[in-house]
Design a protein around this ligand. Structure first.
Ligand code: ATP
Ligand code: MG
Length: 448
């Protein structure tokens, strides 16, 4: 992509209403634009990150055996009256009446709808287990939308749902998603700590939240510093191996980690040695529940078992805050100059900077490199604009692409370009003919 043809409305200063750094940086980089309170447009740069996050989620969900589908944003109120949540949800639910006076709502979540789909289409025990997910916009009329897309009113969520015959199978479905979430967040370059959680209005009997540590997080968290030492970016897993999956879950849940609501100071003090007790703040990026028959029971979601008897299905639901993640990643990864994108979620792999647009030699070298890098399969943002060098550097640092390939007149005379690592600040002169290979190695996807 040529910057001269891209749409990335950079702001020199962050608008005053942006309180936290991720919101400030997203606005400054032209990633999002507020349309009204808690509702945002995603501009091309922001949408690229959102897309990369969705790709990572999809890949791991597929591995774990979940099938992607798409349910609508608008739902009939009737379904929610059936589960009993129509009244419980209160003012957070956006209620709509259509021209025929039908009561509708903009979905805050999809347990009712998916249960309705499964109860009407699945009749036999042979059709189970089932695990279905979608990535769809949700609406919750939050009292205090704030921090940009971190707490919006309309936001993008991945929500998945499992259906099983027995509680034991349901537990395995839950465990699989637990592990899939660990791997999903690790693949984004994040450490998201699973914490025992309250089940809240979704209800049920087992639940974990996944939190990223950040000073601006809305939740207070208490955990064992052993989490810091754990390297979960590399473990591989066979999702069909129940014991192996359960072992990973056990390994993570045996270490103390809790949000404020579930924190037990006594247990914390007895289980965790003083020097390992950490108190901090976190951002909730994922939340999983196993709720058994909470929805299947009232909604009559049953199948016929091998003996012809009716079985009420066991379910769980599994959410990821897709749009919130964009902000959460920035909270976890930025410096004074701007965003520092982890490679897997970066909007482009690298920025190619022509330091002297209009100079025949640098133009020719930049154009040639651009063509070769793109041909090598790299996502390149090519700064071909006629701006001062200082402005170009500041802009590249601000938008935080993992690598900057800088083509300047001096280097070209020597047959080299400068490659800068945005995260470490390290610079290296690389011969022109080695740049493509060098960048391909640097940006190559880490195999999961
Ligand atoms: P919170 O406690 O932050 O209000 P929640 O527990 O109500 O969230 P869930 O029902 O667990 O949310 O939804 C699944 C995920 O969706 C959350 O883990 C979070 O990452 C994301 N999410 C929830 N509410 C919002 C929101 N208003 N804006 C952006 N993302 C959200
Ligand atoms: Mg939650």
């Amino acid at each position: 992509m040529r910057l001269s043809k891209f749409f990335m409305p950079i702001l020199r200063e962050a608008p005053r209403e942006a309180e936290i750094v991720s919101h400030q940086l997203m606005l400054r980089c032209g990633m999002i634009r507020q349309e009204t309170s808690g509702i945002y447009s995603w501009l091309p740069l922001g949408y690229r990150v959102l897309t990369r996050i969705m790709d990572i989620i999809r890949k791991e969900q597929a591995r774990a055996g979940s099938l992607e589908m798409l349910m609508p944003t608008i739902q009939p109120a009737e379904l929610w009256k059936c589960s009993g949540r129509y009244d419980d949800y209160g003012k957070e639910m956006l209620r709509i009446t259509d021209r025929r006076e039908n009561e509708m709502l903009y979905g805050p979540t999809n347990e009712e709808m998916i249960t309705d789909i499964v109860r009407s289409s699945v009749q036999s025990y042979r059709d189970l287990p089932l695990n279905l997910f979608h990535i769809q916009w949700k609406f919750r009329d939050e009292i205090r939308p704030r921090f940009g897309v971190m707490r919006g009113r309309e936001f993008l969520m991945k929500d998945g749902y499992s259906f099983d015959l027995t509680a034991e199978d349901g537990r395995h479905a839950y465990n699989k998603m637990f592990v899939a979430y660990l791997r999903t967040f690790a693949a984004m370059g994040l450490k998201a700590i699973p914490m025992r959680a309250e089940t809240g209005p979704i209800g049920g009997n087992m639940s974990h939240e996944f939190l990223i540590l950040a000073e601006t997080g809305e939740s207070q968290v208490f955990f064992d510093s052993a989490f810091h030492e754990k390297d979960w970016s590399t473990f591989s897993i066979d999702y069909d191996d129940r014991d192996a999956v359960a072992k990973v879950v056990e390994e993570f849940t045996s270490m103390y980690a809790a949000t404020e609501e579930m924190h037990d100071p006594k247990r914390f003090a007895t289980e965790v040695p003083e020097e390992r007790r950490v108190t901090g703040r976190g951002i909730e990026v994922g939340h999983i529940f196993f709720f058994g028959t909470k929805y299947s029971e009232p909604m009559g979601c049953t199948v016929l078992g091998p003996d012809g008897k009716e079985i009420t299905l066991q379910s769980g639901s599994y959410g990821i805050g897709v749009s919130r993640l964009v902000a959460a990643i920035i909270e976890a990864s930025h410096d004074d100059a701007g965003i520092v994108w982890p490679q897997p979620v970066a909007p482009f792999d690298l920025g190619l900077v022509n330091l002297r647009q209009g100079d025949a030699a640098t133009d020719a070298a930049s154009e040639k490199l651009y063509e070769e890098l793109v041909k090598a399969g790299l996502d390149v943002l090519y700064d071909d604009r006629n701006d001062r060098a200082g402005e170009k550097f500041a802009r590249m640092d601000l938008i935080g692409l993992p690598w900057q390939v800088v083509v300047g007149p001096r280097g070209i005379k020597a047959g080299t370009v400068e490659i800068k690592n945005r995260a470490t600040g390290e610079r290296q002169d690389v011969p022109l003919e080695r740049v493509v290979e060098h960048m391909r190695d640097a940006c190559m996807e880490v195999p999961a």
